[in-house]
Design a protein around this ligand. Structure first.
Ligand code: COA
Length: 322
């Protein structure tokens, strides 16, 4: 029968997370190490997080998480998540986890609200959260570009206009050697991106440590394919290839950002073309990205030929005013 227990951080438990995730979402596979890496740089006392495993007759069949959103301006917003293995749905497992949160976890904390993401193609996710008082705040569209047919020469003229202005694209690997201030400049751009990207929740500024943990300690960190748009000494944008260690033919396009004062002159478009070309040179067959539906980046992606895969729906439940 059903038992909820705390995650025990063993290799078996990390593997259970990956197995349940991959059986539910075969198109977005994760490894046990992907979960462990997130846990390793998220101090439990600071972020007040906890994972839970659901067992059915001793077999792990679901997992849940709550975590304080220190990356947001309001740190008393918590993000929660739950996934039940597809073969064990409609047995009250997610409801049992929700009841545990509501009865034992929430009353002990001064939360202002809860955030949750639901895939639009996941059966029952939307009614589950809406029944529990969550309201939709934004839609993130997951997209993919077919690199076997993408032709960068179609965009060569547009890119040439950008280069004529003295903008260069340099791999971060070169700048890490040549520029002592590279980290400071990257963090500044990251924080400009966090301020300017349309987002339902206000973002907190990133520290250099958070930046390094999240972007540079990952096994998807690939400075040879992380391109910085420079204008003389200034960093005016970036766009990156994030390799997929398990599936080298499926890479992702990391965040794209362009410095204020350098926008609407085609830099983002030219960088995305450059990144797609670099991914092709690595032998990748497809490149993935995602955007909030109100971000102008969505129109750039469509123009380049990205096709939608599914939507990720963001929901919020207000508990009290911050
Ligand atoms: C989104 C962003 C990267 C676009 O950079 P950019 O270099 O200005 O984009 P481009 O000049 O290549 O724009 C190409 C086309 O996209 C569309 N577009 C770009 N910005 C737009 C905006 N603010 N409003 C409406 N359309 C826009 C236009 O069609 C534009 O062509 P046009 O200028 O000839 O009309 C930049 O605004 C930015 O850094 N925003 C903050 C961070 C962010 O949201 N990043 C994306 C997250 S992945």
């Amino acid at each position: 029968m059903l038992k909820l227990r705390l995650f025990n951080f063993s290799q078996e438990d990390y593997q259970a997370l990956a197995t349940i995730h991959n059986d539910a979402y075969a198109d977005s596979r994760l490894r046990a190490t992907d979960f462990k890496r997130i846990d390793d740089y998220t101090p439990q006392d600071e972020y007040d997080w906890e994972r839970t495993i659901a067992e059915w007759n001793g077999k792990p069949v679901g997992y849940g998480l709550y975590v304080r959103s220190l990356w947001l301006k309001d740190p008393d917003l918590y993000t929660i998540g739950w996934l039940t293995h597809p073969d064990f749905r409609r047995r009250g497992i997610a409801s049992a986890y929700w009841d545990h949160l509501e009865n034992e976890i929430f009353p002990e904390r001064s939360m202002t609200g809860l955030l949750v993401d639901v895939r639009s193609d996941a059966p029952d996710g939307v009614p589950f959260v809406e029944k529990r008082g969550f309201e939709q705040t934004e839609v993130r569209t997951e997209m993919v570009l077919d690199l076997t047919t993408f032709d960068a020469t179609t965009f060569a003229e547009q890119s040439a206009k950008v280069f004529k202005r003295g903008i260069e694209f340099q791999p971060l690997s070169d700048l890490m050697e040549a520029d002592d201030d590279y980290l400071k400049k990257l963090v500044e751009l990251a924080n400009m991106q966090r301020k300017d990207e349309p987002n339902a929740e206000d973002q907190a500024p990133l520290t250099a440590e958070m930046f390094q943990n999240y972007y540079m300690s990952s096994d998807t960190f690939y400075p040879e394919g992380w391109f910085i748009a420079t204008h003389k000494e200034k960093y005016v944008g970036w766009c990156a290839v994030l390799p997929n260690p398990k599936r080298p033919t499926e890479v992702s396009n990391g965040i794209t950002v362009v410095r204020r004062g350098y926008r609407r002159i085609g830099i983002a478009t030219a960088m995305k073309v450059h990144v797609a070309q670099h991914a092709q040179s690595m032998g990748a067959k497809q490149i993935r990205t995602s955007n909030i539906s109100t971000n102008p980046m969505l129109s750039i992606n469509k123009m380049l030929g990205y096709m939608p895969r599914y939507d990720s729906l963001a929901y919020r439940k207000l508990i009290k005013e911050s």
